[in-house]
Design a protein. Structure first.
Length: 67
């Protein structure tokens, strides 16, 4: 594990704690999100990519799953 952060997911008037782990390893450049069961995975991936581009951050040329 490269890093671990805590965030929150708002669900109506309640919030759930969300744990985000990142890991980088050598291999083909891949960015993947795991742990979400439906089409929200693709949407989340696009949001992360857009946020990184807007902050002028560059994806490392390694395998980078978000768990």
């Amino acid at each position: 594990m490269l890093s671990l952060i805590y965030s929150a997911a708002i669900n109506g008037v309640e919030a759930d704690i969300v744990e985000v782990e990142t890991y980088i390893s050598s291999g083909m450049p891949v960015f993947s999100i795991v742990g979400l069961p439906d089409a929200a995975v693709k949407e989340s991936r696009d949001r992360v990519t857009a946020a990184m581009k807007n902050q002028d951050l560059i994806f490392r040329q390694e395998k980078s799953p978000l768990i």
